[in-house]
Design a protein around this ligand. Structure first.
Ligand SMILES: NCCCC=O
Length: 487
């Protein structure tokens, strides 16, 4: 099948089932971060394009909302099947757009995405509400769970495809219509997803305008969030972007769903199995070049095993490979863009004198945006690299004395998305899972996720959940209907 990608290398908006250039013809260049070369252009959408997409989604909403859930389920199940059938196209688009290792997109991204779409297909038929009944004499109360309306969704560049799935699947399952904007650095796979979903909608007799893709930059995102049509704005991105969205959405009290940054602490006690912990933490710190809001980035290790642990982490880093998309031995590819490379380099250049680079610390090669697996030890709680999200293949290490100090430092950042604790002591693990102020606490593991469980943080990591029944409910509203029994 010829796709938008294969045909043109010109990525356009997908509105009401049609590929459209931005109304004013503007485009941005799309760069392959593995080569640093431009390989496509994408529409740079402005107000007229956002208006068109919102009008399409608004017009499609009543019919989509009024379908019985089983019909929406059929659509989502077919989308999941189509993702499997067209997996190689999706993998190629994602890999070229992000420089991701092809084998890892195939094994680590496609299967969970397909599973997540199927999970939400099921969730469409499992709407929750309190039992209907007489809570006041002579009056029956019932709960209706309804879609919110048009959803404006802004996806990030670290997992463009999977984050699009986390947004469109619960939204569509619940009966909402969607306008989604991929990052301006990674529009390719989302445009292809637009085509796939549009085809499925049409094949099953529904309007293609249920799902619309608008390409563009931050300004396009701002226009979407401030637009009068959507009832909800959902964004995965930086804290800065999330705060701007919350502020814009506050102007007309839109519902907001924010999945922002992370700075996951990895608390390693002296009784842990060091070899296993190092192996798992390295993968969880370097996978996707550390560009993961739950990455195992901030290791806190008990002082009695500190030196041994750091030496093992440094050895694991030296053995971890980054490189070409078709090399099956690499764990991760390049950073996503030149700006991100500059940001990661900046954190390393500004390290304080008391920090020690145990491994890596430099760009790899002179083509593309690759960065070496890095371990930095000797850090203090107030250091910039401890407090801020690096979003690169950098693991920091601090040495703690006891449980109280570990807890204080683990919680002592503005982020609160994910964390892990490593110990053989069950009671300590359970104490720590209560004390760690994060949306997820892993015990003796770090980074796995499942469709059935929520993903989302506290504090400046945002609010609202992705995945799970909680994520599904975020895309619904609850209405109370009360009826007199006297006619
Ligand atoms: N491991 C998936 C994390 C999603 C956000 O970065």
């Amino acid at each position: 099948m010829t796709t938008e990608l294969g045909r043109l290398r010109k990525l356009r908006n997908y509105i009401a089932g049609e590929f459209r250039d931005a109304a004013d013809g503007r485009t941005t260049d799309v760069v392959n971060p593995a080569t640093g070369e431009v390989y496509a252009t994408a529409a740079l959408s402005a107000a007229a394009d956002v208006d068109a997409a919102m009008a399409a989604a608004e017009a499609a909403f009543p019919a989509w909302r009024d379908l019985i859930p089983a019909e929406r389920q059929k659509v989502l199940l077919k989308i999941a099947d189509r993702f499997e059938e067209r997996a190689e196209e999706l993998i190629a688009a994602e890999s070229e757009n992000c420089g991701k290792p092809i084998a890892l997109v195939r094994s680590e991204e496609i299967p969970p995405m397909v599973d997540q779409i199927r999970f939400f297909a099921g969730a469409a038929r499992m709407l929750e509400g309190r039992s209907a009944g007489e809570y006041m004499e002579g009056l029956t109360s019932i709960i209706r769970r309804e879609p919110v309306g048009v959803c404006a969704q802004v996806a990030p560049w670290n997992y463009p495809m999977m984050m699009a799935v986390w947004k469109f699947a619960p939204a569509l399952a619940a009966g909402n219509t969607v306008v989604i904007k991929p990052s301006d650095t990674t529009p390719a796979s989302t445009v292809l997803i637009g085509e796939i979903i549009g085809d499925v909608l049409a094949e099953l007799g529904h309007s293609k305008a249920v799902f619309n893709v608008v390409c563009g930059d931050r300004e396009t995102g701002r226009l979407m969030v401030e637009h009068k049509t959507p009832a909800m704005a959902s964004i995965t991105g930086s804290v800065r972007a999330g705060m701007q969205v919350a502020e814009s959405a506050a102007k007309d009290l839109k519902r907001v769903h924010l999945e922002l940054g992370g700075k996951a602490p990895v608390v390693v006690f002296e009784d842990t199995d060091i070899a296993k912990a190092v192996e798992d933490i390295s993968v969880a710190g370097y996978f996707n070049a550390g560009q993961d809001c739950t990455a195992a980035t901030r290791v806190l290790v008990q002082e009695s095993i500190h030196d041994e642990f750091v030496a093992a982490l440094a050895k694991a880093a030296a053995e971890t490979k980054t490189g070409a998309v078709d090399d099956e031995d690499v764990l991760y590819g390049p950073l996503n863009n030149a700006n991100q490379l500059k940001q990661v380099k900046g954190y390393i250049e500004r390290l304080p004198a008391h920090a020690k680079i145990e491994a890596g610390g430099q760009q790899v090669g002179d083509k593309g945006y690759f960065f070496a697996p890095t371990v930095v030890s000797g850090l203090k709680q107030d250091d910039e690299i401890i407090q801020n999200e690096v979003f690169g293949p950098v693991i920091t290490v601090q040495s703690f004395t006891d449980e109280d100090q570990a807890t204080e430092w683990a919680n002592g950042v503005e982020y609160a998305l994910a964390s892990s604790v490593w110990t053989k002591d069950h009671a300590r693990a359970m104490r720590m899972s209560k004390k760690l102020d994060f949306g997820c606490v892993w015990i003796n593991t770090h980074i796995p996720l499942v469709a059935e469980m929520p993903h989302g943080g506290f504090k400046k990591s945002g609010y609202g959940k992705d995945l799970s029944a909680y994520g599904f409910e975020d895309y619904t509203r609850v209405k109370h209907v009360m009826t007199s029994l006297d006619g």
